[in-house]
Ligand binder design. Structure first.
Ligand code: ZN
Length: 156
């Protein structure tokens, strides 16, 4: 199990987000909702995004599963809220690269995400740490398809 092997400080950060997840309440209004599932561990997540003018105006995430998956989702809501879609996509790719050892956190400040970097020493848990991020990625893809559909309707 990965959590016991992490530094005390990092474990505390993860458990804090797990027990007190941020932006945990479903939004009253949202533009897109996506569900993510990690069959390796049984983690389940829901992500909602409210997007205006290409900016993530509001974000919510909730679900059930291991502390790493739920903490990572909580941390990402803090990092991604208020950012432009392009910046969010860059952050997603960056964190994927970090977890797959193609990049390191010293290249960009990602707040509490630092606590999750140690998880990459446990390959079976990397999907737990990435679940929230891949779910947001899928939500953005879905949003763009819907937006594209709207544009086409207007044009015809
Ligand atoms: Zn998990």
């Amino acid at each position: 199990m990965a959590l016991e092997a992490l530094d005390d400080l990092y474990r505390e950060v993860i458990l804090d987000h797990f027990k007190n997840p941020r932006h945990h309440e479903p939004l009253t209004v949202h533009d897109v909702e996506e569900e993510g599932f990690n069959p390796l561990c049984g983690d389940q997540l829901f992500v909602q995004l409210k997007i205006e003018q290409g900016v993530i105006q509001d974000i919510a995430s909730w679900g059930k599963g291991c502390s790493i998956s739920q903490a990572s989702a909580s941390i990402l809501t803090e990092i991604l809220k208020g950012k432009k879609i392009e910046a969010v996509e860059r952050d997603i790719q960056f964190f994927k690269d970090v977890m797959n050892r193609r990049s390191d956190l010293d290249q960009q400040d990602m707040g509490d995400l630092e606590a999750l970097v140690g998880v990459r020493n446990f390959p079976v848990r990397i999907k737990c740490a990435l679940l929230g991020w891949t779910t947001v990625e899928a939500a953005l893809k879905q949003f763009k398809q819907v937006e594209g559909g709207r544009c086409k309707k207007i044009q015809s």
